[in-house]
Design a protein around this ligand. Structure first.
Ligand SMILES: [Mg+2]
Length: 370
């Protein structure tokens, strides 16, 4: 049953829908609803499912193990990443107990697909935890080098390397055909996921970006620079939020602008960027066509963003405007009693299960017993 405590909601009449065989039908060409779930702090925290997350997702399927029997189109819209969408889909499916398709994953770096034609043959430096090179290669970029592989070409570029006792195995593609040479200029830098070694990465990026892509040489035009997201903080296993890619961007920008004659030029993707929400709408429409292939849907009557971060999830949905409706959970970054002071959500709930129960009730969709 929907809990009715501590909720803050805007009034709004949702269009009436009816059910047929577990699937949703609507009298107009508009699809009644779609849902975008944030992952960290909503469904997962510290690598474990948040209480109620599995139960909430099961309600979206006729059969949770059959992705062709989705009752409600839904995607996973996160600023996180570091692995290809297909890998993340398998990880989440295993963790949350439902079948999740790669096309349901909209990761921080997913918009980098749209830049492929521009940089397909360019020399690209990919940075971050996980497998940044594999991600970029999966999007069609042909000449990608990881930071770990790149620094190997420059003796003494990181004077602190000898003090670093840890070892990383960050996507060093020793078997790749694209053997990188220090004689090649870096044309573009993509920060794919959270950088691991901030000191080294800021140093090397300052070198690359100040020198026209040739570390150790004199000043040149800044190569292109893209960030997958701009989160200042995110909720992980530790009780207090951790610094995210936005914090890294601030550190890099501050230092770069202190040592360079020209300010840093960059583009950040991820929530709360409006184009990311527009891209999500397209992904959700494609899923709606799977749910009901006999109708060509023009758009949605209502789209829900369920997130824990007012600065990314809620602000993003508000900036995107109708038909987005924002739901803020208390299982991650936001821990307030009422609503966020600055970015007020349309609805505040304790957790994702309460959010899904609210949606089902509003749209008069039957709760299933799986
Ligand atoms: Mg989150």
């Amino acid at each position: 049953m929907l809990k009715n405590t501590r909720t803050a909601m805007r009034s709004g009449t949702l269009q009436r829908v009816c059910k047929n065989g577990g699937r949703l039908f609507h009298s107009s060409a508009r699809y009644p609803l779609g849902i975008a779930f944030d992952i960290d702090g909503v469904l997962v925290r510290g690598g474990q499912p948040i209480e109620g997350a599995c139960k909430a997702l099961q309600q979206l399927f006729v059969d949770p193990q059959d992705p062709c029997q989705i009752r409600i189109p839904h995607i996973f819209l996160t600023n996180g990443g570091g692995v290809p969408e297909s890998v993340k889909a398998l990880e989440l499916s295993s963790l949350l107990g439902v079948k999740i398709l790669p096309q349901q994953l909209f990761l921080g770096h997913t918009p980098f697909k749209t830049l492929k034609d521009r940089f397909e043959s360019a020399n690209v430096l990919a940075i971050g935890k996980g497998e940044p090179c594999t991600v970029m290669s999966s999007y069609g970029y042909r000449n990608v080098v990881s930071m770990e592989e790149y620094v190997e070409h420059f003796k003494d570029i990181d004077p602190l390397a000898k003090y670093k006792k840890w070892s990383t195995n960050n996507d060093i593609r020793k078997n790749t055909k694209n053997v990188y040479s220090s004689n090649k200029a870096i044309d573009a830098v993509f920060v794919v996921s959270d950088p691991v070694d901030w000191g080294r990465d800021i140093q090397v990026l300052c070198d690359v970006l100040r020198s026209g892509g040739y570390p150790g040489r004199s000043a040149g035009n800044q190569p292109y620079l893209y960030f997958a997201a701009d989160d200042l903080e995110y909720q992980a296993a530790f009780p207090v939020e951790r610094l995210g890619m936005g914090a890294f961007r601030i550190a890099l920008e501050s230092i770069y602008n202190g040592i360079s004659k020209t300010p840093l030029v960059y583009t950040s993707f991820g929530k709360p960027s409006v184009p990311v929400f527009r891209g999500s709408e397209i992904a959700l429409l494609k899923l709606a066509e799977i749910v009901k292939p006999d109708v060509k849907h023009g758009n949605f009557a209502r789209l829900y963003m369920i997130g824990d971060n007012p600065y990314t999830d809620i602000l993003g949905a508000k900036q995107a405007g109708a038909p987005w409706f924002s739901i803020l959970t208390r299982t991650g970054c936001f821990k307030g009693e009422d609503n966020h002071d600055q970015y007020k959500a349309d609805l505040v709930v304790d957790d994702v299960l309460e959010a899904v129960q609210y949606i089902m009730k509003e749209h008069k969709i039957e709760l299933l017993q799986h």
